[in-house]
Write a protein that binds this ligand. Structure first.
Ligand SMILES: [Mg+2]
Length: 405
């Protein structure tokens, strides 16, 4: 097995054939050149990042021209990455679905989902110590699909709110009608909740909302319990809570587990004719509850948290690093000329365009935003102004290639 690109441990994400590239022999050397090249190519100095929903697919159906656009880039050896606020599945599963729908070979390393940056926390990142051997809470998603994703990233001890409810149904009595659902995937807790002996009680070291919560009430209650706890120990209450002489009035000042959200989107486009509340809606509900519990901003209390996903720079930086790693691997060199321009093609001005416009590359690349008309954007003045507006992804790629020659 090769080392995983994210968890840096052996995993199945990074093994197997590289379908985008084939081996080509040249005198004295053997290289993997991008598919379609007959001779050594000039290393391209542009790259692309594509949103998926509303750009490549719409309601799971391919958008006309999307597959041809990606194929053109593959044939020219121009690297691209798929950058989505979606998630809930492992990257390899998600990319296999997209590959089948578009009928085009794609390597799992070309996709960055909303929760992909969390994999870096296995060995420490974002000023957070390594969590590989710590106990983390993973909320959101169907069943325990997100637990399985987290475990494949390399987190060794993963608890879900469903596990806690299954062991202690009184923690949120309003979920009792769903107990049969939780039984289908709940796992035993690594430790019990023991209010009489906190040293033996379940302790959570970090909390992740990996995907949209299915049971907002249970997930919110479990997260609030931990935010109010002493050191993330279930069943405890911090004595610092409400102390006005402490920062944040003492809230989240007692080694409570840090809280991470993977996707800021308030709305998302589903099959229903009106947009549906996304993970951003859950976060706003939790922020409102937290303000009611603590006094909120009026009392100088905030909810301390980290949010990743588009439009946040942290996600764009992760995507750019992934893009450059893939490029170096494809051309078998770490000394390639820099990427001058990355074209970000998206349908959502609030996330795709806003993120690309505000991102400052560490490598000096210019991120050029291109808005398409095949998704969320339906004309008029967009809330965040793209550098270019075109009809669809194929026009975006053609335009970018023409202007980059
Ligand atoms: Mg979209």
């Amino acid at each position: 097995m090769q080392p995983c690109r994210l968890s840096r441990t052996a995993c199945s994400w990074c093994v197997g054939p590289r379908p985008n590239f084939r081996t080509t022999s040249v005198p004295g050397k053997s290289f993997n050149y991008p598919r379609g090249f007959q001779t050594a190519p000039t290393t391209p100095d542009i790259a692309f990042a594509f949103d998926i929903d509303g750009v490549l697919l719409r309601s799971s159906k391919p958008i006309p021209g999307a597959a041809d656009a990606l194929r053109t880039l593959q044939e020219r050896g121009i690297p691209f990455i798929l950058l989505t606020n979606g998630g809930g599945k492992h990257e390899s599963e998600r990319v296999a679905e997209i590959s089948e729908k578009l009928q085009i070979p794609l390597d799992p390393s070309v996709i960055v989902q909303s929760h992909s940056p969390f994999a870096e926390l296995v060995h420490g990142a974002f000023e957070q110590e390594a969590l590989e051997n710590k106990c983390i809470l993973v909320a959101g998603g169907d069943g325990d699909g997100c637990r399985q994703v987290a475990q494949r990233y390399g987190f060794k001890s993963v608890v879900t709110p469903g596990d806690i409810f299954n062991a202690y149904p009184d923690i949120w009595p309003f979920s009792k009608p769903f107990k049969d659902y939780y039984k289908t995937f709940a796992q035993p807790l690594p430790k019990p909740i023991d209010p009489n002996d906190p040293s033996k009680s379940l302790k959570i070291d970090a909390m992740f909302v990996f995907n949209d919560p299915r049971d907002w009430g249970l997930d919110a209650q479990v997260i609030v319990d931990l935010l109010l706890s002493s050191q993330g120990i279930f069943g405890t209450l911090s004595e610092k809570n409400g102390k006005s002489d402490l920062p944040n009035r003492g809230y989240q000042q007692d080694d409570q587990p840090p809280l991470y959200f993977s996707n800021p989107d308030l709305w998302w486009a589903a099959a229903y004719h009106l947009p549906r509340l996304g993970q951003g809606g859950f976060r706003e509900a939790l922020e409102g509850t937290w303000a009611a519990v603590t006094g909120g901003p009026a009392q100088g209390v905030e909810l301390i948290k980290t949010v990743v996903g588009k439009p946040y720079g942290l996600t764009y930086r992760f995507a750019e690093n992934q893009l450059l790693r893939n490029r170096a691997r494809a051309f078998r060199s770490k000394n390639l000329p820099p990427v001058k321009k990355v074209f970000m093609v998206g349908d959502n001005p609030e996330s795709d365009i806003r993120g690309a416009n505000s991102y400052k590359s560490e490598y000096g690349s210019e991120w050029h935003s291109i808005l398409v008309r095949t998704g969320v954007y339906n004309g008029g003045q967009p809330s965040y102004t793209p550098k270019t507006i075109v009809d669809d992804v194929q026009h975006a790629v053609n335009w970018a290639l023409k202007t980059s020659v």
